[in-house]
Design a protein around this ligand. Structure first.
Ligand code: C2E
Ligand code: MG
Ligand code: MG
Length: 737
């Protein structure tokens, strides 16, 4: 208050209240001054006066307006009438403590109107003192702050809601085990979780709000967080560019190697609001599982060696390297020749044991960098990445053969694993891994054909031969369907009386107008699973001939048919043969089966022994062909009982020239007789041979001296010619008319 008596409205209400209290207490002051105050206050403030107990003694018009009470309703009441219940007791206690001790209290109070609405006032309460200083009452000046309070409350609610949403968001992203990060429209980092930091430990210390994505990537590359980025600046630049592009396009999941054994998958997308949100998932376990599956897919379970797939991979890598540096490497294919025999005689566990032992030997033999793989049941391969020349490769292969030959003990027996080896030089012999594979296979095939236990080096002529064999197989298949395969019949006679006893059926086929040698035809048929069809064709033709000759009143005797191991392994072989005999109305004695000694040695098995026994039980004779060429032992003869041994023509041929062959022939005949069998000599071309064999007591004769194989259509004439000669003849056919 100035001396002029005007009220200074700029003065703080607190001060005003104090001044007023002073003025009121000084009742002697000018009434006009009071009126001026009242006017001013009535316009701007809610004023109330109470006595010292708090009973309202005066209120102004704004007081009534805001509280909704009439003046009369207020006077004589305490402020409790306005209590909103918002403030606690302590609040009022503090207020009273201040004013009752002469102080001025200021605070914000929430009151309640007569009709129950809440309103807020900024209150300043000062004591009214008598001249003696005694407090007579209190003056309260209040300003309506309801509107501000509402705004403030709204803002507080808003802030609280936002804080709650942020807390929830944080809780959510922290609960996600994947690394989560969000970037704003300028590609600056705005949100991330702890897992995001753990994902990139090499840059975690610098990650901050507002950090550009590109800065993170650059730093990551610099600190070795991304080994995929390479080490040269040019490669790193290109990698970073690709990385930023992927981030912006955010179309496909990206795999990243984190350089510490972990792999992550990054999936990013742009949100509706334009933010780029990315999730980084740790896929290390998945990668590991994938690796295990891949390794298993390339591993042979029995030996633990790589399989065919692994070999081709390794081979391709070696070929690429050798083409670059011009050096050479080698590919060896090994085949275990006697696995089948061991499986058949000692069981499959023994076969597995043999394979595992061989795998161990090969692994121990292979030097660092060389790859050993198992590529088939009894086939192994070795890739030698670098060699000086062919001589070194051959020496390696020969050592390998010698090393593998060492016998091993199984079920109390000593077994010598016999192997054949094919060798192809890399990349000299082939342009691609597939071709190298094929060439080593061709060489192996040749090694096996050359008599097993040998090493064969690929040469292009082998390939031509193999292709020729394939062409023969194709043509033979067609010829069989077209009934173009025929037989010739070679007569057999008995030494004792020179009588005709029967024929041997020998297969005949003209390919492109030229006869195909039967051994070639038979081996091609065996390789291409045509032998069974070929065999039945021969049976059919042989039995048809015998029936026709018999029906023509001739005496053809029996017919011997050559059969291969694969035919004997057919479950229904005996039944089908008996069926054919039946079909032609012929007795079992009309038929003889010839199996080579090799059938017993190679495919030795209980199945074949049983088939032969069944045939004999049915009355069909069985002969062992080419005897003496295959090292069949007495054990074999015991296991595969036969009716007749056929002395191979190679011994017969040299009877007059090689004393050893003469002894051998004699031994075979003696052996046959001592085992209760008969002996046949084949390939007799000269009277001298005939005489020698006759002297040794051989039972039957076969060969050009007696007759060459005869075409089917001429056989009847041959038999008629014999009949014309009379019934019994002795001595060499050469001496006859
Ligand atoms: P193999 O069973 O030992 O038949 C005897 C072979 O010796 C026949 O050859 C025959 O023509 C020939 N030969 C007969 N006498 C003489 C002779 O005095 N001197 C000479 N140098 N050779 C003579 P071919 O017909 O060429 O048959 C060869 C081999 O092919 C047969 O030997 C047999 O192992 C096989 N073979 C023939 N036909 C068949 C068949 O239908 N099935 C099967 N699995 N193999 C057959
Ligand atoms: Mg024969
Ligand atoms: Mg023979």
């Amino acid at each position: 208050m100035r001396d002029t008596g005007e009220i200074d409205l700029d003065c703080p209400w607190e001060e005003t209240a104090r001044q007023m209290a002073r003025a009121v207490s000084n009742l002697g002051r000018i009434e006009t001054e009071l009126l001026a105050y009242q006017n001013a206050l009535d316009q701007h403030a809610i004023v109330g006066i109470t006595d010292r107990r708090g009973v309202i003694t005066a209120v102004n018009e704004p007081f009534c307006r805001i509280s909704g009470y009439e003046q009369s309703e207020l006077l004589g009441k305490t402020h409790a009438i306005l209590n909103s219940g918002v403030h606690g007791k302590e609040f009022f206690r503090t207020m009273w403590r201040t004013i009752a001790t002469g102080g001025t209290w200021r605070g914000e109070i929430c009151n309640r109107t007569k009709c129950g609405k809440l309103y807020w006032v900024d209150s300043t309460i000062a004591p009214i003192k008598a001249e003696c200083g005694r407090i007579e009452g209190y003056l309260a000046i209040r300003i309506d702050i309801t509107e501000r309070k509402i705004i403030e409350a709204e803002r507080a609610a808003e802030i609280e809601a936002r804080t709650r949403a942020e807390t929830l968001l944080r809780d959510v992203i922290e609960a996600i085990p994947d690394g989560v990060a969000a970037f704003d429209t300028d590609d600056r980092l705005i949100l991330w979780n702890q897992a995001f930091l753990t994902t990139y430990p090499k840059v975690a210390d610098v990650i901050r709000k507002g950090m550009p994505f590109s800065e993170m990537v650059h730093l990551g590359v610099e600190r070795g967080q991304f080994p995929q980025a390479g080490t040269t600046p040019a490669r790193q630049r290109a990698w970073i560019e690709a990385c930023l592009r992927d981030h912006i396009e955010a179309t496909r999941p990206i795999l990243r190697d984190l350089g510490d054994g972990r792999w992550i998958q990054v999936r990013e997308s742009r949100s509706v609001s334009g933010h780029r949100v990315g999730v980084r998932t740790d896929i290390t376990e998945l990668k590991r599982a994938e690796g295990i599956i891949r390794r298993q897919a390339e591993r042979d379970p029995l030996t633990g060696l790589g399989n065919r797939k692994a070999l081709i991979k390794r081979l391709a890598a070696t070929m690429r390297a050798r083409k670059k540096d011009g050096d050479c490497g080698a590919l060896f294919f090994l085949d275990l020749d006697n696995l089948k025999q061991i499986n058949d005689t000692l069981g499959h566990d023994a076969g597995d044991h043999l394979i595992a032992t061989l795998a161990e030997r090969l692994s121990a033999y292979a030097r660092e960098g060389e790859t050993v793989a198992r590529i088939g049941g009894d086939e192994f391969a070795i890739v030698i990445p670098r060699l000086t020349d062919m001589a070194e490769a051959i020496a390696y292969g020969e050592d390998l053969l010698a090393m593998l030959d060492a016998p091993l003990r199984m079920q109390g027996r000593s077994i010598a694993p016999r192997c054949s080896i094919g060798l192809a030089l890399l990349p000299t012999d082939a342009r691609t891994a597939k071709e190298a594979f094929k060439h080593a296979d061709i060489a192996l095939y040749q090694a096996k054909a050359r008599g097993r236990g040998t090493l064969c080096v690929f040469d292009p002529a082998m390939k031509a031969e193999l292709e020729e064999r394939r062409a023969i197989a194709d043509d033979l298949a067609i010829a069989l369907l077209a009934d173009e395969v025929d037989i010739a019949l070679q007569p057999k006679t008995a030494f004792k009386d020179g009588r005709h006893t029967g024929f041997e059926a020998l297969v005949r086929w003209q390919r492109n107008g030229a006869p195909v040698p039967p051994p070639l035809m038979v081996s091609v048929a065996e390789e291409n699973a045509l032998i069974v069809a070929l065999g039945y064709r021969v049976f059919e033709l042989a039995l048809t001939s015998i029936r026709a000759l018999t029906e023509a009143g001739l005496e053809p005797g029996s017919v011997a048919v050559n059969v291969a191991a694969m035919q004997l392994r057919q479950d229904d072989f005996v039944a089908r043969v008996l069926g054919l005999l039946d079909k032609h109305g012929l007795p079992p004695s009309a038929l003889e089966i010839e199996v080579t000694e090799h059938v017993l040695l190679d495919g030795a098995g209980d199945g074949i022994a049983q088939t032969l026994a069944d045939l004999r039980a049915q009355g069909i004779r069985v002969s062992l062909d080419d005897f003496g060429t295959g090292y069949a032992s007495l054990t074999h003869l015991k296991r595969f009982p036969v009716d007749c041994l056929k002395v191979d023509k190679s011994f017969v041929r040299d009877i007059g020239r090689d004393p050893d062959d003469a002894i051998l022939t004699r031994t075979i005949i003696t052996l046959a007789h001592s085992l209760g069998m008969e002996a046949v000599a084949e390939g007799i071309e000269s009277a001298e041979q005939y005489q020698f064999l006759e002297e040794q007591g051989c039972d039957y004769a076969q060969g050009y001296l007696i007759a060459r194989p005869i075409a089917r259509r001429d056989v009847a004439d041959y038999l008629r010619g014999l009949a014309a000669l009379g019934p019994v003849r002795t001595g060499s056919p050469a001496d006859r008319p």
